[in-house]
Ligand binder design. Structure first.
Ligand SMILES: Cc1ncc(C[n+]2csc(CCOP(=O)(O)OP(=O)(O)O)c2C)c(N)n1
Ligand SMILES: [Mg+2]
Length: 377
């Protein structure tokens, strides 16, 4: 039997907008209808600026003891928004981890929900009716399976809906990723896997975590079309996702996009990246900040001025201040809620706990403690 090549491929890397805010003319022409309009770029820049402000304020809320912990999204805004822009609000699903707030807000999640979540309030996970977003997912990788399930359901029901799932580079080392990708490939579901390769999984650098040269190539084994994109380039993220979205709607199945980006902050407020990260790397990536790049693009086209910037920053501060107020002024949940929303019928031992939690000892007669009304709850 002669030797032959059983499989051969290559992974493309796409960048349309460079670090100086210049569009590649040839690619801009090639992507034609999938190129963002000036209006879309301006709106995206405004949204990204508001989300950056949100991120910084959330960090301060944690530092001043008003929030448990917070994973900053700083630096990854273009990857989140560029892809979310290609999806249809209220029709396609966003199944996210925790570093794509900008995409969730764009698709209708009220901004205070994410603050509530990190303040430890479960109501941050109770997504409003009609908003096609699943709650934030901190267990790494588990939600990709949910996305595939959602996409499979859409396919079976013949609904015109695509599921986008966001996850980190580290998540591709979890078994769940491989199971999700396998099912997605075999069942040809309308699901777009968006891997935010931000170089780190907490303190584990990309090279220590995988021997794979790209994250994009991991999808190949599952028969999923895949590509690598400059994740700090709004144009490239949009174009690649739009392409994947069109394929999904035509019944051509899932796609994988590796967004090469960088975590400009610590992993979370419980981390100190200066202990393991070379400051030179951070500086190099700060220069590739997606917000700076987009502002340069707008300025190059005479679509942005210092006055507009000043007005936008003031607007972002006012919006975020209002969001914090909403989150902090929400009436506290009732302590009874922990008993009321876990079991359909409360087991006896928990009923006793619930009925006597305001008395001095477990099992004490609430009537005796003058708490009869609570006991009847
Ligand atoms: C199943 C599971 N294992 C471990 C953890 C602890 N953990 C939290 S974040 C994280 C790293 C995730 O890295 P990555 O997927 O690259 O996402 P990033 O935080 O960089 O956005 C780990 C291991 C977890 N939350 N869930
Ligand atoms: Mg990561």
């Amino acid at each position: 039997m002669p030797r032959k090549v059983a499989y051969k491929t290559q992974i493309e890397h796409l960048q349309i907008l460079d670090e100086n805010g210049k569009l590649d003319a040839k690619l801009a022409k090639e992507f034609g209808k999938n190129l963002l309009s000036d209006e879309q770029v301006q709106q995206s820049y405004e949204h990204m600026t508001i989300c950056r402000q949100y991120d910084e304020v959330a960090f301060k809320l944690q530092r001043s003891g008003r929030m448990g912990t917070f994973p900053q999204n700083k630096g990854q805004e273009a990857a989140a928004i560029g892809s979310a822009l290609a999806a249809r609000k209220g029709q396609d699903w966003l199944v996210s981890a925790y570093r794509e707030n900008a995409a969730l807000f764009m698709h209708g999640l009220p901004m205070h929900y994410v603050l509530n979540y990190w303040m430890g309030d479960e109501r941050g996970s109770k997504i409003p009716e009609g908003v096609k977003i699943t709650p934030l997912s901190v267990p790494i990788g588990t939600h990709m399976l949910h996305a595939v399930g959602i996409a499979w359901a859409a396919k079976i029901r013949k609904e015109d809906s695509v599921a986008l799932t966001y996850f980190g580079d580290g998540a591709t080392s979890e078994g769940d990723f491989h199971e999700a990708a396998n099912f997605a490939g075999v069942l040809k579901v309308p699901c777009i896997f968006i891997c935010q390769n931000n170089s780190w999984a907490i303190s584990v650098p990309r090279e220590k975590q995988t021997a794979s040269e790209t994250f994009a190539q991991k999808a190949l084994a599952y028969g999923i079309p895949t590509t690598q994109v400059d994740g700090n380039d709004l144009f490239a993220m949009y174009a690649a996702t739009k392409d994947a979205h069109e394929r999904a709607r035509k019944g051509e199945g899932p796609s994988f996009i590796e967004a090469v980006t960088y975590r400009l902050a610590d992993h979370t407020t419980a981390d100190d990246a200066s202990r393991y990260r070379d400051p030179k790397d951070l500086d190099a990536w700060k220069a590739r900040d997606p917000l700076i790049r987009l502002r340069k693009y707008l300025e190059n086209k005479d679509l942005w001025s210092d006055e507009q910037q000043e007005a936008l920053e003031a607007k972002a501060k006012a919006i975020v201040q209002e969001v914090v107020k909403t989150a902090e002024e929400m009436p506290k949940p009732d302590v009874d809620d922990i008993f009321d929303y876990t079991f359909a019928e409360l087991p006896e031992s928990l009923r006793v706990q619930r009925d006597t939690m305001r008395t001095t000892s477990l099992g004490q007669d609430p009537e005796q403690a003058g708490l009869g009304a609570r006991a009847a709850h």
